[in-house]
Ligand binder design. Structure first.
Ligand SMILES: NC(=O)c1ccc[n+]([C@@H]2O[C@H](COP(=O)([O-])OP(=O)(O)OC[C@H]3O[C@@H](n4cnc5c(N)ncnc54)[C@H](O)[C@@H]3O)[C@@H](O)[C@H]2O)c1
Length: 250
């Protein structure tokens, strides 16, 4: 018996890093997985990997900023698997730019992917999450940056993550009548391609400030996502789960 048997999860940004770890973990626990990403090849590779383990998955190539593509992605997942219980709004970008160099175009681009994308997916998935009732889950990927202010990331990124975590609290209220939940996860710095542009010195300086003395791993975040997605978290909603090795200030 898997913790997510007979459930369908749609995970955005699932072709890489944290989203990929969540997709693999949820599949291991029995969920059908819609791997949603803008990157075709890694999304399809992940689907093959999940299928080899005897589980069901499809890849859906979608830009989270495009309303029509988002609506089609949700419909495709429901058509394939018959329902949608869990939405993980995970896709995100973190361009490195000093504050005074961030243009309006940069700002709009990051807001589009990190904040408008989750809005669009939540809106499209909402009717299905309501029907899923006590098994309905929205899991939004926030960030430590959105709680304490970014350290090595841009101001636009930090703003989106604060927004995501605030949005989650209101979604929790909107879903409560249906016994479905909305929670966010706030990872600290996690070792994924998102931070590949960081210098060795930046990473080392940061690790010195993390009480547990290492960067997070995608699996650290996936473990928490599984708990939130499972029946074990039924009385938890509107919460932010910190996965940061004890780094709460800087
Ligand atoms: N890595 C970290 O240190 C860290 C820390 C805190 C929060 N997060 C958050 O975790 C989430 C996942 O980050 P990650 O570290 O796994 O990054 P990643 O770069 O490994 O993965 C991000 C995925 O999002 C996809 N994506 C980007 N733009 C897209 C778009 N327009 N439409 C669809 N898909 C798109 C990418 O193709 C990629 O597969 C992000 O929301 C990020 O902000 C990461």
């Amino acid at each position: 018996m898997g913790k997510l048997d007979n459930r369908t999860a749609l995970i955005t940004g699932a072709a890489s890093g944290i989203g990929k770890a969540i997709a693999k973990k949820f599949a291991m626990e029995g969920a059908n997985i819609a791997v949603v990403d803008i990157a075709k090849q890694p999304a399809e590779e992940l689907v093959q990997e999940i299928k080899k383990s005897g589980k069901r998955a499809i890849s859906i190539i979608c830009d989270v900023t495009d309303e029509r593509q988002v609506e089609q992605a949700v419909e495709e997942a429901v058509k394939e698997f018959g329902a949608l219980h869990i939405l993980v709004n995970n896709a995100g970008v973190s361009p490195l730019k000093p504050f005074e160099e961030i243009t309006l175009e940069d700002w709009n681009k990051v807001l589009g992917i990190n904040l408008t994308g989750p809005f669009l997916f939540t809106k499209a998935a909402f009717p299905y999450i309501k029907v899923a009732g006590p098994k309905g889950r929205i899991i939004n990927m926030g960030s430590l940056a959105g709680q304490i202010g970014g350290i090595a990331v841009g101001l636009h990124y930090t703003a989106t993550k604060g927004g995501i975590m605030a949005m989650t609290k209101q979604l929790a209220k909107l879903l409560a009548p249906y016994k479905a939940t909305a929670n966010s996860i706030a990872p600290g710095t996690t070792d994924t391609p998102l931070i590949q542009g960081w210098s060795k010195e930046t990473k080392e300086a940061l690790i010195k400030q993390i009480p547990l003395g290492r960067l997070g791993l995608p699996e650290d975040v996936a473990n928490v996502a599984l708990f939130i997605a499972s029946d074990e978290s039924q009385f938890i909603t509107g919460a932010t789960f910190n996965v940061n090795g004890g780094m709460f200030t800087c």
